[in-house]
Design a protein around this ligand. Structure first.
Ligand code: FES
Length: 104
């Protein structure tokens, strides 16, 4: 059953290009900020399971630092080889007391 969980302080992901690993409810998730919006994706590259939180954000995509695969922040779609499968995305809400992610 999906539920909203607090993943981080609001200050944890300030500024475009921010990449921040969190583990709300035991799930490995990466928060990424682009053009003022915060996105949440599974923190595991679909190529060889490397943490996406070690990568960087540019042009609305997060790049895996290991082999250079890229994923669309909004959809999780793989946009550059060697990854071909998408990564899971999560709904995000920025509330008064923090950044919330819907998991489960
Ligand atoms: S593990 Fe991410 S591109 Fe290979």
């Amino acid at each position: 059953m999906a539920e909203w969980v607090r993943a981080a302080d609001r200050s944890a992901c300030e500024g475009d290009g921010c990449v921040h690993a969190v583990t709300p409810d035991g799930e490995r998730i990466v928060l990424a900020r682009w053009e003022g919006e915060i996105f949440a994706l599974e923190d595991e590259c679909s190529h060889q399971e490397f943490p996406l939180s070690d990568g960087s954000v540019e042009n609305g995509q997060i790049e895996c630092v290991f082999h250079g695969a890229k994923f669309d922040l909004r959809s999780g779609r793989a946009t550059q080889l060697p990854a071909i499968k998408p990564v899971k995305t999560y709904p995000v809400e920025v509330r008064e007391d923090g950044i919330y992610v819907q998991v489960g």
